[in-house]
Design a protein around this ligand. Structure first.
Ligand SMILES: [Zn+2]
Length: 409
């Protein structure tokens, strides 16, 4: 270590976080949907705050806020998203954004901007009010005009209109040059119960899980539920329920330590107590960081579907409707976060991220790493989401320590 030393200011970090939570405040949480008035106002404030920190800050034509350190690269980019889900938590995304500003500010105050340039970023629409990871993908030219022209929110409002109404449309577009950066670091709340249950305070993310989703459709024959003998029925519901049970058991037999799966929807048609279901549909989702495990679960799903179709004599179609590959985080950067946690005596653990993040976009263009802090009760995407102030401050200190190590390495 070449003695790069700077200190974050915990009171200023918490004050900025509390202030950001006033935009779209809803009880103890926020509703700050991408391109809504609170989102636009929050982004203007973030730009000001970045300027005050000594960064050259601008909002681009989709609402990303980027503050650039007053130095040539290689720089470290730190940030997350500042938009929220409806009735979301005050820290989801916001914490990673303010960490970026606080660390960039502390570096400049310590006179280290030349040796350790830190850029801060607040990405737009990670939560897919209109288009998932719109902001981070736009910064690398990875969003098509066609995607923007068809995107709408849940009420049918067009993304193009939302961008125009926000006032961002006239801003210069922005692309990030991966050549400027040695790393992207995203801190985030865990959004689950694992760190708390392990009494561990820092999660070092190994990878963001891949997600595969399937719509499994079973054909049957409608009939009177009182008059058709059991042996003569083609009951789509019974087959779908039997298949569901077999899938849950089959997945458990193949799962790795971090594999998760969910049958989140089961629909019977027509859906009446006295009618044999003529059709049934289940929606199955599987997540893991290992593509080989995802492959084996998918193979099992298809084999079981064939098997249940053969036994029932009814048609079963399994269609893959979503396939997001796992995104590996950079092990070297993860090691620096671990080393920084160790230096601060912070209990830490390597873990996957079961939720998607902007880092899964960034890692395609530059080495990327993520740090998690515990979520109280594991709550997320709800206004009761929270993290203790001690953990918020510790997470920022660990990330700052990792920045010092990366910049001097
Ligand atoms: Zn988030």
């Amino acid at each position: 270590m070449s003695g790069l030393a700077f200190e974050i200011d915990p009171a200023r970090l918490l004050a900025d976080l509390r202030h950001l939570a006033t935009f779209g405040k809803q009880g103890t949480g926020v509703t700050r949907l991408a391109f809504s008035r609170p989102d636009v106002e929050a982004r203007r404030w973030l730009r000001e705050r970045m300027e005050q920190a000594g960064l050259a800050a601008a909002i681009d034509d989709v609402g990303n806020v980027i503050g650039e350190a007053p130095a040539d690269g290689p720089a470290i980019l730190i940030g997350s998203h500042s938009d929220s889900v409806p009735g979301g938590g005050w820290l989801d995304g916001a914490m990673g954004v303010i960490y970026g500003i606080e660390i960039a500010r502390a570096v400049i105050e310590a006179g280290l901007a030349e040796r350790c340039p830190v850029d801060a970023v607040a990405f737009q629409d990670e939560e897919s009010t209109y288009l998932p990871t719109l902001g981070s993908r736009t910064l690398f030219g990875a969003v098509g005009e066609d995607e923007i022209s068809v995107a709408r929110n849940i009420d049918g409002h067009r993304l193009a209109d939302a961008i125009a109404a926000s006032g961002f449309a006239g801003n210069p577009p922005r692309r990030l040059d991966p050549g400027r950066y040695r790393a992207f670091l995203e801190a985030h709340i865990e959004q689950g119960p694992r760190l708390e249950a392990m009494e561990t305070r820092i999660g070092v993310v190994t990878a963001i899980v891949g997600i595969r989703r399937f719509r499994v459709h079973v054909d049957g024959q409608a009939g009177h539920a009182g008059t058709v003998p059991m042996a003569m029925r083609k009951d789509a519901g019974a087959v779908a329920i039997g298949l569901s049970g077999a899938l849950l058991e089959g997945f458990a037999a193949l799962a790795g330590p971090d594999t998760v799966w969910n049958i989140g929807s089961l629909t019977l048609t027509p859906g009446a107590a006295n009618v044999i279901p003529e059709a049934a549909e289940i929606v199955v989702e599987i997540r893991d960081t290992d593509p080989a495990i995802l492959d084996s679960l998918e193979d099992r799903l298809r084999a079981l579907a064939r098997d249940h179709a053969d036994r029932s004599g009814q048609e079963i179609a399994a269609i893959r409707t979503l396939d997001i590959p796992p995104a590996a985080m950079d092990p070297g950067l993860g090691g620096e976060i671990e080393a920084a946690a160790r230096a601060l005596g912070a209990p830490h653990v390597r873990m996957p991220s079961g939720a998607g993040h902007d880092a899964m976009v960034l890692c395609r263009y530059m080495p990327s790493a993520m740090l998690f802090v515990p979520s109280i009760g594991g709550h997320s995407h709800t206004v009761i989401e929270d993290t203790s102030e001690e953990d918020i401050v510790l997470g920022c200190r660990v990330l700052a320590g990792a920045v010092a190590r990366i910049a001097s390495g």
